[in-house]
Design a protein around this ligand. Structure first.
Ligand SMILES: CC(=O)O[C@H](CC(=O)[O-])C[N+](C)(C)C
Length: 307
């Protein structure tokens, strides 16, 4: 590979966690704009009230849930709770890509060393730990806002949620679901970055100008990264959403109690409830994320060629 290729291709250029931080933030904004409506449907399906035999569930599936939300709350109902992810997701993605950069750097023996597939997984898993401190409270606020309906709304917005939670149970209540978030994000984030880097490398022809993967490869590799993230992340995510939206005291032993109750009352397949909107969102949202990320990387390489 030529020296020029090493400098200009985002996967081959030297690892720079600060550039990753900025580009990851840009990617996060793109992901929220494209993916939030489907995230709302996912949380509604995951947390809808249980039904007894013979009773119809509140939502029959993804399409039914989307139709009912639009009918009852208008199209903006799908964008409910977006202020929190928009202000939260950009820093989370920024931190996540930064953590991935650091995770790669600490495994390299020299700055030009290419990492193996499993090393890319470890770097991604490391990024999963990095983001938890803002991911866990961010998810708690987002889920509580997403499950409220129309006139029964308990919270006015993200700040109001934080105030309520703090009053109810202090900092501990705001951080409820941290272990569940780690259980989700360590393997999911490992899969995410490993999948993106592997597919991108595989599909980028060696003779492509500047080793540029091209927009279609970026969308496909990013989309598949999102899908693999959720294939492993979905079961702990369901437990997390239930724990974080349950009234105080419902699950005294945390995620273990949520799991026991779910297995007993609904069976293990309930762990994948809400899977369709997650997967439908994951592909376009993460495809958009990596387009934003790669665009920002190229812009930074152009603006600061020696950085
Ligand atoms: C939970 C989450 O934000 O996952 C990201 C993928 C997605 O669909 O939003 C992955 N990552 C946190 C690694 C950026």
């Amino acid at each position: 590979m030529s020296e020029e290729k090493k400098i200009t291709s985002s996967s081959d250029q030297k690892v720079n966690p600060i550039k990753d931080f900025i580009s990851g933030g840009a990617g996060g904004v793109c992901a929220v704009l494209i993916g939030h409506p489907l995230d709302t449907i996912k949380v509604r399906l995951q947390t809808m009230p249980q039904v007894t035999a013979g009773q119809a569930p509140l939502y029959a599936g993804t399409l039914d849930c989307a139709t009912k939300i639009i009918k009852k709350e208008g199209p903006l109902g799908l964008y409910k709770g977006m202020a929190a992810p928009l202000t939260g997701v950009a820093p989370i993605f920024a931190l996540s890509f930064f953590g991935f950069g650091v995770g790669k750097k600490i495994q390299q023996n020299n700055e030009n060393e290419q990492l193996s597939t499993s090393q890319l997984f470890y770097a991604g898993a490391f990024a999963g730990v990095f983001t938890t401190v803002i991911m866990a409270p961010g998810e708690r606020i987002k889920c509580l806002l997403q499950i409220q309906e129309g006139s029964n709304a308990k919270y006015k917005g993200p700040i109001d949620v934080v105030k309520h939670l703090y009053k109810e149970g202090g900092i501990r209540s705001i951080f409820k679901g941290t272990a569940a978030t780690l259980l989700r994000d360590i393997p999911a984030s490992g899969m995410y970055f490993m999948t993106y880097e592997s597919i991108k490398k595989y599909l980028t022809p060696a003779d492509s100008p500047n080793s540029d993967p091209g927009i279609f490869t970026t969308i496909f590799a990013g989309g598949m990264a999102g899908v693999s993230n959720w294939l492993v992340g979905m079961p702990p995510d369901t437990l997390k959403s239930r724990l974080q939206t349950a009234p105080e005291g419902t699950y005294p032993n945390g995620i273990r109690d949520v799991f026991k109750k779910l297995r007993k009352e609904e069976g293990l397949k309930a762990l994948y409830r809400g899977c369709a909107p997650v997967m439908i969102r994951a592909f376009p949202a993460n495809g958009a994320c990596f387009v934003g990320y790669e665009f920002a990387q190229s812009a930074l390489a152009w603006a600061f060629p020696n950085w």
